[in-house]
Design a binder for this molecule. Sequence first.
Ligand code: SF4
Length: 500
Amino acid sequence: MRLHLEGNINTYYVQTLCMIFFPGSKFSKEAQEEEGAPALSLRLEEDTDACTAYAEMSADGKKELAVQRFAFTKDMTKERTRKLAAGGAVMKAGERLLGYRPSWGMMTGVRPSKHAMELLLKGKSAEETRQTLAKEFFAIPKKAALATEVALRERKMLENHTAKDCSLYVSIPFCPTRCAYCSFVSYTSQRLLSLIPEYLNALVEDVSQILEQIRTLGLHLKTIYIGGGTPTILEPDQLRLLLSTIAAHCDVASLEEYTLESGRPDTITAEKFKVAKEYGVERVSVNPQTLCDEVLHRIGRSHTTEQFLRAYHIARESGISCINTDLIAGLPGDTFGTFARSFDKIMELRPENVTVHTFCVKKAADILRQNEEVYSRQGGDAGKCVDYTQIRTAMAGYVPYYMYRQKNTVGNFENVGFSLPGYEGRYNVYMMEEFHSVFAAGAGAVTKAVEYTPDGSRAPQIARFFDHKYPFEYLRDRENQMKAKLDFIADYYQKRGLLD
Ligand code: SF4
């Protein structure tokens, strides 16, 4: 896509705005010179009172111009005001040119509910928050209402927040086979899967040391999340080793939540969930993605609907109190009809949590290499599917409790976690909204030390520590890395005076 900018505005921000209307666009030098490519020319002018943006967008031989003026106020930084003016002009020009109004307006970042939370913390009512999201950010009313509802629920979760709250994330980056749309680092080949025993020995050492650090510093461990990859790829004895190590170093009974991600139904057995329950796990995620076997085959999930149903019943029988199921709207080959049938069946099962993702194609995914036609401005049936889940869950007594967005989702739609009241997946909220520190163990894991100010008077103060991305690097450098991570955690808390 061709881009011409004048004025004080961040190029990357404008590129993300362009991607809303022209998904998959490139902004390389060659793309700038491409004859007939869509183009945006954006100019920002400022005086002492306000910032005015002029956007001219063209595609397919047509051209539209739009203007947006935004006054500088003491409630908002100049940078934010410029972004709102630029975003408003691009939204108007895009809508006129293409006849399409993006659901989330100019909200391109990961967390639309963050904007809602900021407004609520400034003292705006829920109604005022909804209206501001619609008027200033150009979100359509139902999305403004969704972001506000999620933010109100998140604010409730912050009621007992303390500066010493933290969570633990444990990474198992292995899967039995690779899904065609996956862009995570997850080992699937037999040669790499043979690393699991050695990896697990290093991991339990890492986990023990982090839990000891949490105890020594007097921090409050709220949730544990074992994710991946597919943690239930571990054999029952391996799972026992990991979970018993955790139980030996913390009081699992006092946790708010303890999750074992079990994503792939083809890895789930009654024995594994018996071990999980024995060591205090109270939340598992059993993910069908769709209950249409043809679509499952097409996206390279090596399990069937029947295997999912069997795994779900194993989870129910185990007595674990909270089951999450993940579904994806907008999968290649899925239609509104097949998606709605999948969703209805899930609603009949009545899991405590349902998470609906919008299909997202990242650069690394195999599905792009297969030249699938996956990018679509309006997202085909995905929007109808997403709407259906929001209406259907509300009718069944579920509430939306967390949400986030990713780049390159079909139609730019969101991912939403729904919950039966009282079963909200707390780790998801703490991690996504950066409400407290998350200490991470294992390859590819990112430790985030967070100082959060619940009244919103200061942005979260975040420092990150990255473990090595790949298991073989993690194994090679484990001692240095673990020591560096423990020092990082202690330093963060001591320097900020967050300890007694
Ligand atoms: S289960 Fe998840 S992490 Fe594993 S290959 Fe599939 S998408 Fe990737």
